[in-house]
Design a protein around this ligand. Structure first.
Ligand code: SF4
Length: 137
């Protein structure tokens, strides 16, 4: 193999690596921003750092007794299991370190102002709570 062929192969590999990096960088940035926003970080740059919090005044949230702070649930109306919160609910898909995360019941709906799907508080609770595998009910 000649030196020119080796140099061309090397250039081709560099070009491919550069193209892959350019393609993946925006996706990685978007993923990072979403995760940081879910943790409540204000340091993220981009369209909005506001969290599309499900309002307690939402009609469906009222019907299910949703509260951002599970400690404020009216236990005379709802039976809330000890230690139950969105963070250990089977319908919650936020990760452990996230302050807010998607709930299967509410996340299909949009915050109209932010044009993003609603998230619920990890410390929240509603009457649809069900224990995640490995959680006591
Ligand atoms: S269904 Fe679970 S995750 Fe969703 S609001 Fe109710 S308790 Fe929270």
């Amino acid at each position: 193999m000649s030196n020119n062929t080796l140099i061309n192969d090397h250039r081709r590999r560099l070009l491919k690596t550069g193209l892959v990096s350019l393609t993946l960088a925006p996706a990685a940035n978007l993923l990072f921003n979403r995760r940081a926003e879910a943790r409540g970080s204000r340091a993220v740059t981009g369209v909005s750092t506001e969290i599309p919090k499900l309002p307690e005044t939402d009609r469906q949230a009222i019907a299910l007794g949703y509260k951002e702070d599970g400690a404020t649930v009216d236990t005379s109306k709802f039976h809330k299991a000890e230690g139950a919160s969105c963070s250990n609910c089977q319908l919650y898909s936020g990760s452990e370190e996230d302050a807010w995360g998607p709930c299967a019941i509410f996340s299909y709906r949009m915050d109209q102002k932010l044009n993003r799907n609603y998230v619920v508080s990890a410390k929240g609770w509603c009457r649809s709570w069900g224990p995640r595998a490995g959680t006591k009910s």
